[in-house]
Design a protein around this ligand. Sequence first.
Ligand SMILES: [Zn+2]
Length: 95
Amino acid sequence: MHMYEFKNFSEVMVERILKDYLPQANLPCKCEKCQADIAAFALNRLPPRYYVSLRGEVLTNFEAQMVPDKARVLAEIVAAAQVVAAYPSHPLEEK
Ligand SMILES: [Zn+2]
C-alpha cells in the first residue's frame, strides 16, 4: 500500500476559496454541478502545484494561509463563476 500520494495544492485552494466565496456570490445557480464547473474552469487556468502528502493528511489552516497567490486564485474563481453564470451546463429552473 502506498503511504504517500500526490496532491494539487491549487485544487485544495480552489475548493477552500470557492466555499468562502459562494455565500456572497450573486449567481443564478449554486448547485453541486455549477460549483464543480466553476472549480474545474478556475483550475484549468491556474498552474498545478503538486506536493507529496502522507495519505489522509489534512492541510492545516496555517499552511493554507501560506499561499502567495490567494488573490489570483480568488480572481480566477470570480471569472469562472461569471462564465458558469452566463453559460450554465444545465437548464436553469424557472422561478
Ligand atoms: Zn447549477
